[in-house]
Design a protein around this ligand. Structure first.
Ligand SMILES: NC(=O)c1ccc[n+]([C@@H]2O[C@H](COP(=O)([O-])OP(=O)(O)OC[C@H]3O[C@@H](n4cnc5c(N)ncnc54)[C@H](OP(=O)(O)O)[C@@H]3O)[C@@H](O)[C@H]2O)c1
Length: 341
């Protein structure tokens, strides 16, 4: 049976303006990095996409190489775009990216015009759509002139293949430069996508201020630190969890020191009638610059729990001070190299 979206999907009032643009984004966005690849969507993942949209999540975030195998998350999402979600295209913000390893040879990664242009064309075919809403430079490329990357992003907009442009894991300095280069080409940088969570706070140093000054939106990824900001790792590492699979989350990260932080954060969350994950999402959204928290989920239950975080986004000064005692770096930022420049 074809999917029909819930008619109350816009009753959640969960939107926030993205920088000084005309675009509103949902405060929680669903990303398809893990759990949406393979040769077809597993039923739980398909249900999560529909549930998200039913609950007002209009934004889905992809990249050329999400899978595994590379490209399969886009292909799977594309199958839905050609069927169940087709009639909702104009209600959806679909983003994709290019920057990391995608195909062999010198034109299969980084920031050249050759790579970005070919990659976007491939993404559109897999996604079965004519344009993406946001096209990102997925990482800063220290060996390609930034002008060339800006040219490629500008070209995507000129050709109508992307409506808006974003950058991901760029440092504050490189963000300023890219923003200027895009302006000179007559287009705007809409949004920055950095990693950020209670245990990965690098954007607080200067990036958030820069985004504020430049009026860019900000969508923070891995706000749950890939699941570490939950109670799941307090006892043993559960089957099916990311740390068990050891693909992007190294089980060595589950240390005594980390668990101690979680035990204390859990107490604070409990007093707010929230789970740690819900408090972690509300906490990243407390910045006025942060437009959306970009989550992943493996089950419908996780997704619902995350979306329920929007029921309590306010923090008292005391709560924030208590959180600060335990919200300390855990050296989990896998994307730090890109923002070192
Ligand atoms: N721009 C970039 O370079 C970049 C890099 C990474 C990600 N991203 C984007 O950001 C999105 C999110 O990244 P992420 O998946 O790392 O985000 P995340 O939200 O920090 O982690 C998601 C994982 O946390 C666990 N989880 C989610 N909800 C939970 C809940 N309520 N209770 C307990 N555990 C819960 C699940 O792990 P288990 O499977 O272990 O249960 C889930 O797969 C990606 O899909 C992608 O779109 C972008």
């Amino acid at each position: 049976m074809t999917y029909t979206a819930n008619s109350s999907r816009y009753s959640y009032n969960n939107f926030k303006r993205c920088g000084d643009s005309g675009l509103d984004l949902p405060q929680i966005t669903l990303g398809l990095w893990h759990n949406f690849g393979g040769n077809k969507l597993i039923s739980e993942s398909k249900k999560m996409i529909f549930r998200a949209f039913d609950r007002g999540v209009t934004h889905f975030d992809l990249a050329n190489n999400y899978g595994p195998p590379y490209g399969s998350a886009e292909s799977n999402f594309g199958k839905l775009m050609a069927t169940d979600l087709k009639k909702y295209r104009d209600e959806l913000i679909i983003s994709t990216k290019a920057g990391y390893d995608m195909w062999p040879g010198p034109y299969g990664e980084w920031g050249s015009k050759k790579y970005l242009t070919a990659s976007l064309d491939q993404s559109l075919k897999r996604l079965k759509i004519d344009y993406v809403d946001i096209f990102y430079s997925h990482r800063f490329d220290p060996n390609t002139p930034l002008e060339e990357t800006a040219d490629a992003l500008h070209r995507a907009v000129q050709q109508g293949k992307a409506l808006y442009i974003g950058i991901s894991s760029y440092s504050s300095n490189q963000t300023i430069k890219m923003n200027k280069l895009l302006k000179e080409r007559g287009i705007k940088c809409l949004i920055h996508q950095p990693s950020y969570s209670m245990i990965n706070r690098w954007i607080e140093k200067d990036l958030l201020k820069t985004l504020s000054k430049l009026n860019l939106g900000c969508i923070v990824f891995s706000p749950l630190a890939q699941g570490m900001l939950s109670e799941k790792y307090l006892n043993k590492i559960p089957a099916n969890s990311r740390a068990k699979k050891n693909s992007s989350l190294d089980p060595k990260m589950i240390t005594k020191n980390y668990k101690n932080k979680i035990i204390n954060l859990k107490k604070i969350a409990k007093n707010r009638n929230q789970t740690i994950s819900q408090m972690a999402l509300a906490w990243v959204l407390r910045h006025k610059q942060v437009t959306s928290a970009l989550i992943g989920a493996r089950t419908l239950k996780q997704l619902d729990e995350c979306l329920d975080s929007l029921n309590n986004l306010k923090f008292s000064k005391n709560e924030l001070n208590s959180i600060d005692k335990y919200a300390k770096e855990e050296n989990i930022n896998l994307w730090a190299t890109s923002s070192k420049n």
